[in-house]
Design a protein around this ligand. Structure first.
Ligand SMILES: [Zn+2]
Length: 78
């Protein structure tokens, strides 16, 4: 019989590895088209190539709302 607590721990570790991987990942910049967007802080992503700031998820750009990111960029440009 499998111990449920062991199974639980394995799924947590799997999720943690995924988060760690996504934190390290670079994302494609919508502005300059280079894969240079990196996590700068909690929910803040910055393109190292053109300096565009994106508001995204705390750990992954995939959770970002496009409208929120666009609004933030416009806010910074003012
Ligand atoms: Zn860029």
């Amino acid at each position: 019989m499998a111990n449920p607590s062991i199974r639980y721990g394995a799924s947590i570790r799997k999720r943690y590895n995924k988060i760690r991987e996504e934190k390290r990942m670079r994302y494609l910049c919508d502005v300059c088209g280079k894969e240079a967007v990196r996590r700068k802080g909690s929910s803040i992503w910055e393109c190292r190539h053109c300096g565009t700031i994106y508001a995204g998820g705390a750990y992954s750009m995939k959770t970002a709302s496009g409208s929120v990111a666009k609004r933030l960029i416009e806010e910074i440009k003012k």
